[in-house]
Every structure is written in structure tokens, then in C-alpha cells.
Design a protein around this ligand. Sequence first.
Ligand SMILES: [Zn+2]
Length: 309
Amino acid sequence: MVSERAVEVFIEENTPRDGIQNEAVPFTIEERVHLVDGLSECGFRRIQIGSFVDPRRLPQMAHTEEVCERIRHRQGVVYSVLVLNRKGLARALACGIKHLSVYVSASETHSRKNAGCSVGDAMAEVLGLIQEAKGKGLSVRAGVMNAFGCRFEGHVPPEVVVKMVKRFIVHGADEISLADTPGVGRPETVTDLVRRTKDACDAPVSLHLHDSSGIGLANVRAAWKAGVKSFDSSCGGLGGCPFVPSAPGNIPTEDLVHLFESMGVETGISPSMLSSVVQELERKLGRPLGSRHCGLEADGLHAPGTLLE
Ligand SMILES: [Zn+2]
């Protein structure tokens, strides 16, 4: 069951977008709708249901309009999308979306592969997009991809990231996301960048972490200790950027929920309902997914604080 306690950490579920965008097995509109509805039942307060990007580049994300139209819009749940340009914003507005995530890569090479333009051009587009979306009453989370380093360019100076964050804020972003697109962050670098970002702005900071080497949850813990209360994740650790070679998946949602429950931090998520969603995805994809924790226990089997503290 979904807990009645006040939620202390905010988890945005990204499976319907980041999770499936890179999968070779096609998802029908019905399957995408079913996935979003299943996640809504688990207790997530915000679900990224898809993206409005060029369907020729990301065929799994075609027809996000239909997904948006057909999901059960559960009260208290925010259904969000990812957009990268004003064309995407127009599509989001047309289906009544109220919350957006927008991203600009801190890496020139990745920006050209992912957004098809330079960092400068992507930034100009996104800043205009934020202003337009805010003017139309939407909430906008603006993020920096490759904030902790880049598979192509290596080190990304934190000063560059903070400068981008400040520009997002000046243009009206409500929330900042720092994305570890290639999964190269380490607890020390995460702590450092979170602190610099929080010093530079008052907006809430959330982390979108990919996990290339099992350090993902340690990065979550480091960010939590540095004051981050919001994290993205994906069922079974699905996902990854199609424009990064051997892109790692996200932090598995089940493991993230388990980590926080083990720390005595209320997530508001039902582990058993989440487990059912993951098992359905495993059946659909025909392989076990990468979390360590799925299906191992029912709600409340472990008392908070008994495992990791
Ligand atoms: Zn991602």
C-alpha cells in the first residue's frame, strides 16, 4: 500500500521516457499508457511520461500526445515531459502539459550529437523556451546534461555548470536538475557540484543520475547529505542516452526507494506495487532488469534504519 506518512524525498519516475527511449523492443501506445497508469498507482507524485522530440531520432517517443491523452490523470500526480526546443513546447502546450523538463548539455560534442546544435545555440533555444513556457503558466525544470563529466570530453568544469544554472534561473526556471548523463559522477564531485549549485541559486535542485559502475546510490547518498531532496530514477535501471556510446542506465527506482526506506526516509512509494510494474516490464522486455532489489520483499518488511545506517 501507499504510505500515509509525509513524503521526505521526492522521486520523479522516468521509465516512460528515459527508461524506454533506448529499448529496441517497441512499446505500443497502450503499453506506454499502462506503464504510466501503473506508476501513478505506486505513489509517485511526478512521472515523466515521454518527450516531444523528433520521432525520427527517437521512434519510441513518437505519439506522446496520444499517451498524454489516454493516461488516467490521477489527482496529485504531475505528468511531465521532456522538450528540447520550441517545437516540442508547442506540442506540450497542445496537450495541456503543466510541467516540463528542459536540458542543455555542458559538453559541445554531446550537444551536437544529442540536440543537433552547439551548446550556445541549445542554450539560446532553451532560455527562450523557458520564458515562453513560464509566460503560459507552466512549471519548468531546467537541467544541465553531462554536469559531472562527459564521455567525449572528459572533465566538465563545475564553473561552467554553475554559469548555466544561473542563466536558467534568470530566465525563470523553477527547479534545477543536474544530470550525470554518462554516469561518471563520484560522491566527492557530486557533493561539490551540489554545494556550488545551491550557493548559486535558491531553487530546488534535483539529480538525474545514471549508474555506470555501481556508484549511483553512493552518489544519491552524497547528494542527500548535501541537501538534495529530489531524484529521478527508472524501473530496473532502464534507460540511457541514445547518443552516448554504451550509455549506462538510470538509478533503479526500486533500489532508490529501498535506500531511502532503509535510511528511515519516507518516499511515499509502495515497493510491492512498484515491484509489479517492474515484473511486467521484465516480461515485456524478455529479460531480468538490473535492480538489486525488485520483488525481494513486501511493504514494511524491514524497519527503517535497520539496513544501511
Ligand atoms: Zn537520463
